[in-house]
Design a protein around this ligand. Structure first.
Ligand SMILES: C[S@@+](CC[C@H](N)C(=O)[O-])C[C@H]1O[C@@H](n2cnc3c(N)ncnc32)[C@H](O)[C@@H]1O
Length: 242
């Protein structure tokens, strides 16, 4: 694991990391079934469309590396970056897919990617991470800087007004009254965006949305129409016209 430790002085950025540090040993077992498994299958279908062998990809906030390995399995030369030492040591302990390029693991704050040159990547994946960023817009600009024009971004974003997230917030308040910490991830997972704003928000950082899908653990695709799902999955590319 390559260490780029700059961020530990910054508490806002470190909060999302601290929260996950304790979850590292069990994180990947969550993907064996249920909603995590379906979300992984959805990402795999997207990677099948978007990833070409030999491309340089970043998995930002890679966690246990389960999707990083899917990138590698498709022949990408991947760097998995996370701020949690426990997540990365778990990621490193897992075997790489057979005949796949080796994966580089970097311990760093993904808010600042100063150690990466501009336009140095062909693709960036960021799954279930941007909601933990203290400044999502500057994070998106940093992603845009390191991606080459025409490069691919796959990004999940919690939509404002998601049925499940809203219900969880209400339970959190009610349980808070009796001193219980329900859905503690909501204390660090803050960013949400109205689906109507997604295209323009990404355009501010020179991204063009090519596809926007959704994921929800309870609602099947049809039920999602009209109701807001728990995640929007955006496929975009960096504008070439600069
Ligand atoms: C919800 S997990 C998602 C992990 C993985 N992408 C997945 O989909 O399974 C969020 C990850 O983002 C990492 N993270 C949050 N804020 C970070 C930051 N500022 N710098 C680096 N990693 C961060 C956490 O340590 C955690 O592993």
């Amino acid at each position: 694991v390559v260490e780029r430790f700059e961020f530990y002085g910054e508490s806002a950025s470190a909060l999302g990391v601290q929260f996950h540090e304790d979850l590292a040993s069990q994180w990947e077992s969550g993907y064996l079934r249920g909603s995590f498994k379906s979300r992984l299958e959805l990402f795999c279908a997207i990677l099948d469309r978007r990833v070409a062998a030999g491309e340089r990809w970043l998995d930002l906030g890679c966690g246990s590396g389960i999707i990083t390995r899917e990138l590698s399995r498709r022949g990408a030369i991947v760097t998995g970056v996370d701020g949690s030492p426990a997540m990365l040591s778990y990621a490193k302990s897992r075997p790489n897919p057979q005949n796949a390029p080796p994966i580089t693991w970097v311990l760093a704050d993904i808010q600042k990617l100063a150690w990466l040159d501009s336009a140095s990547c062909d693709g960036i994946l960021c799954s279930s991470v941007i909601e933990y960023m203290p400044d999502p817009s500057s994070f998106l600009e940093e992603i845009s800087r390191v991606l080459r024009p025409g490069g691919t971004l796959i990004l999940s974003i919690p939509p404002r007004g998601s049925v499940i997230r809203t219900a969880q917030k209400i339970f959190r308040v009610i349980f808070g009254i009796i001193g219980k910490d329900a859905y503690p991830y909501l204390s660090v997972s803050k960013f949400e965006l109205s689906p109507k704003r997604v295209k323009n928000w990404l355009a501010e950082a020179d991204f063009v949305v090519s596809r926007m899908g959704s994921f929800d653990p309870l609602m099947h695709d049809r039920a999602i129409i009209g109701l807001r799902p728990s995640l929007l999955i955006v496929e975009a590319y960096k504008d070439r016209s600069e």
